[in-house]
Design a protein around this ligand. Structure first.
Ligand code: GLC
Length: 804
């Protein structure tokens, strides 16, 4: 029995000590452009800007064994002929004396001991340079001199990853790899770029704009760029012929499967260490490299200065994350909550901000691009730290909205394309994201920025926002509900309203929530006409929701084109849906008695040991007029799993409704360190949220999947921060309103906000959940719980309060 690993003392690393994890456990290294997924075995793939259109290295989809190939450094002892990988894979059948993988922020370090060599390999991507660096340290621990050969290699794609999968026999006629003695590097490129809008026989007539340099800071004794020559016939990366014989063929390909492989020979004195690095850098064709020097004779001094430069880069990476985490520091009685809120939850939020649902082990980066609805949610973490980046991200995402207010559902940055899927909720995430940005920054200047529409014309950000809402309001059903069309937030309720008549109850609530979210803004801007109009729609939604959508103990989920309902106790499956209940509360559309009953019904029917399941009973029979939800196996994904994104909204609804104890119970169950207690069952990384955990409706209950890339990350972060700890930013300041479990005696938390640092100390002497009558700010008493920032010139604010 093993739990495979645990967090480091300072929580900044997750240390895996047994490599035979139930799945590969991943990390990310990225700088906003150059990105690598990196597993605990050195696996994963790299890309720049787009995982579909500009893939650099290969991942073999559906590979057995899992997680191949990778970024491998293989060491060979020339006396014994034995060779092994510094990252465990691919030589996984060897018996390692020690294995340890440390996943940190933006880097992964793997330490091994085998055959008397202690190896340490650290992978990272520099902050500003489009490169990845593998820093290596080797130490003899046998007490005798050693003769070693070093082989570093990685398989390349260079361009369109989808094409690499479906058209490789043709694709390989466009590759060029040569050894460049000036840089002592292999330089790889491709003569065409399949920058298509989708799968097509037609190829654009364009160049792949880049070159990849692959260099090792040791004297090079051989190289290969032909995968076939390096690996050999009927072999694999675990036993390449070139390593076995010690002879690389110095292949330079103009056609074939590309690999970059370098060999160096070193001697290591007894008990001594040696350090070197492998660098892969991507540059525009014809432009100079930034990290890889020209080394005509590779003088010792140049290697030393490069080594120092790499150490500096690594240090800067650490500083970047120190700064990131300094924006939120919590000290609560729950150590798992602290681990998540201090490090892993904001870290995951940073990953989702840049990866969307796009580049993960469970999101192969070939299909989705960036979801518009996801993008406008995924800003919620980054906005606290780097509002400028969020600002420009919002501006570029708005370009995927049409002049009529509707939007593409997802988009690909590099090709400026996407799909128009007719999901009903997507446009409404635009106002959501903009208002959240304003809550954090009060930067109203963004509203005046002009942004082009995807089809024609351009308008201010403010008008983009208004148009999104107008578009939805203009297409409400006759009785005033939102139509579901090809689905709403739940992608798998996709055949309920394809004729354009069906209605979504969740969407109706979501519209209410969005309208309410704009009220303060419209008031603030003095746009009373829209305010009045939106308020009337809101009031009507309230009426309609409560007149038509109440099932007796909870709200229905939807109505089909023919008027029949989805999500009712009268049906045999799919009786109660979590989101319809949570959002009836979150939107403020449900009266208190119904909120109480609806949430109580969720507690009764949807509670599991891992969080709240999204629907019950899961569909066991296909309903063509409901959608793919009913084709998915029961208990998984949208068909009845604990879909964490939705489960987090239930937590929010419960807090808003005053059910703080239960909200906390669900929140803490969902923390991966709790839901992954049985790691063999849970399978995926226990340090980040997964999209879903299988519910008791399936025999594999407790098994999680789709880790890392889920909206859960930002919502759990913000629900924890804004509602449990109680920092709620507004245009004019900060509402301080904690909601904590009664047994907490208090907590401390520090949050940066608009250039100030807020140090909050909460005491709970009466063992209650919430209630703030007054706060003390730097010793001064303020009635109520609103912190008007304009009243304070100090940059450090010490806020203390007692729950009453
Ligand atoms: C996935 C999608 C998200 C969708 C959710 C529910 O997480 O990325 O956009 O809302 O599934 O279907």
């Amino acid at each position: 029995m093993t739990n495979y690993g645990s967090h480091s003392e300072d929580n900044r690393e997750f240390i895996i000590t047994d490599p035979r994890t139930p799945r590969p456990w991943f990390n990310y290294m990225w700088n906003g452009h150059y990105t690598g997924l990196i597993s605990h075995t050195g696996g994963g793939f790299s890309f720049c800007d787009s995982p579909r259109d500009n893939r650099l290295t290969r991942m073999r989809y559906n590979s057995l064994p899992w997680d191949r190939p990778g970024r491998y450094v293989i060491v060979k002892d020339t006396d014994s002929g034995k060779y092994w990988s510094l990252s465990w894979a691919p030589t996984i059948d060897l018996k390692y004396d020690k294995y340890e993988c440390r996943h940190g922020q933006g880097y992964t370090t793997i330490i091994t001991e085998i055959f008397g060599i202690r190896g340490e390999i650290s992978y990272f991507v520099p902050n500003q340079i489009n490169a990845e660096v593998w820093r290596v340290s080797l130490t003899d621990i046998t007490g005798s001199d050693r003769q070693l050969e070093i082989y570093s290699f990685v398989e390349l794609v260079m361009g369109n990853a989808l094409n690499d999968l479906i058209n490789q026999p043709n694709d390989k006629h466009f590759t060029d790899i040569q050894f460049d003695s000036q840089h002592q590097a292999l330089i790889a490129s491709r003569r065409y770029w399949v920058l298509n809008r989708g799968v097509s026989v037609k190829q654009p007539n364009i160049d792949w704009k880049y070159q990849v340099y692959f260099h090792q800071t040791l004297p090079i004794s051989g190289f290969d760029s032909s995968l076939d020559q390096f690996i050999g016939r009927w072999r694999s990366e675990a036993n390449p012929i070139a390593i076995e014989t010690g002879k690389l063929s110095n292949s330079e390909i103009t056609c074939g499967d590309p690999i970059v492989a370098l060999q160096s020979k070193i001697s290591l004195k007894a008990n001594q260490s040696t350090n070197f690095a492998v660098i892969m850098e991507m540059v525009h064709k014809g432009e100079p490299t930034q990290l890889i020097p020209t080394v005509s004779a590779l003088p010792e001094s140049q290697v030393t200065s490069l080594t120092q430069e790499l150490a500096r880069e690594f240090e800067q990476l650490k500083q970047k994350w120190d700064n990131y985490f300094s924006h939120l520091i919590v000290d609560t009685p729950d150590s798992k909550l602290n681990t998540m809120l201090n490090v892993w939850n904001p870290y995951q939020a940073a990953v989702t901000f840049d990866m969307a649902r796009n580049a993960g082990y469970y999101h192969g980066g070939l299909l989705f691009g960036t979801g518009l609805r996801d993008q406008f949610q995924d800003i919620l973490g980054m906005v606290i730290v780097e509002p400028q980046r969020v600002r420009s991200r919002l501006l570029s995402a708005l370009k995927f909205q049409f002049a009529d207010g509707s939007t593409l559902h997802n988009f690909f940055k590099l090709t400026n394309t996407g799909e128009r899927t007719n999901h009903s909720d997507t446009p409404l995430w635009i106002p959501f994201g903009i208002v959240e940005y304003l809550n954090e920054t009060a930067d109203f200047s963004i509203l005046a920025e002009s942004v082009p529409f995807h089809d024609q014309g351009e308008d201010t950000v403010y008008q983009h926002l208004i148009k999104a809402i107008n578009y939805v309001i203009a297409s409400l059903s006759d009785r005033g509900m939102q139509k579901i069309r090809n689905g709403d937030w739940n992608d798998t309720l996709d055949y309920i309203g394809t004729e354009g008549k069906g209605e979504t109850v969740w969407g109706t609530c979501f519209l209410g929530y969005i309208l309410q979210k704009t009220f303060l803004l419209l008031e603030h801007l003095g746009d009373l006409e829209n305010l009045d109009r939106f308020q009337k729609v809101y009031e009507n939604l309230k009426q309609v929701l409560n007149q038509y959508c109440w099932d007796g103990e909870w709200y229905l989920r939807a109505f089909r084109d023919d008027g029949t309902s989805v999500g009712s106790s009268t049906h045999s499956q799919g009786q109660i849906f979590l989101n319809a209940q949570s959002w009836a509360v979150i939107s403020g559309l449900a009266p208190k008695d119904r909120s109480d009953l609806a949430l109580a019904s969720c507690r009764k029917h949807l509670s599991t040991p891992y969080g709240m399941q999204i629907v019950y009973p899961s569909y066991t029979e296909v309903e063509d007029n409901t959608g793919l939800i009913s084709r998915c196996v029961p208990g998984k994904k949208e068909n009845g799993a604990v879909f964490n994104h939705a489960s987090s909204w239930f937590v929010l609804a419960s807090v808003l409704n005053g059910d703080v104890e239960f909200a906390w119970e669900v929140y803490q169950k969902m923390l991966p360190l709790n839901s992954a207690i049985d790691r063999d069952r849970y399978e995926v990384e226990p340090y980040v949220f997964a999209e879903y955990v299988t519910s008791p409706d399936h025999i594999t209950q407790g098994q999680a999947s789709h880790s890392w890339l889920t909206g859960t990350a930002v919502w759990m972060l913000r629900i924890g921060l804004d509602y449990l700890l109680g920092f709620r930013p507004t245009f004019t300041g900060m509402i301080i309103d904690p909601h904590i479990p009664a047994h907490w005696q208090g907590f401390k938390a520090t949050r940066k906000f608009r250039g100030k640092t807020l140090h909050l100390e909460v005491k709970n002497p009466h063992s209650i959940n919430s209630g703030v009558a007054s706060i003390l700010v730097n010793g001064e008493k303020i009635n109520g719980n609103f912190l008007d920032l304009t009243k304070f010139t100090e940059s450090e604010l010490r806020i203390s309060l007692e729950l009453t």
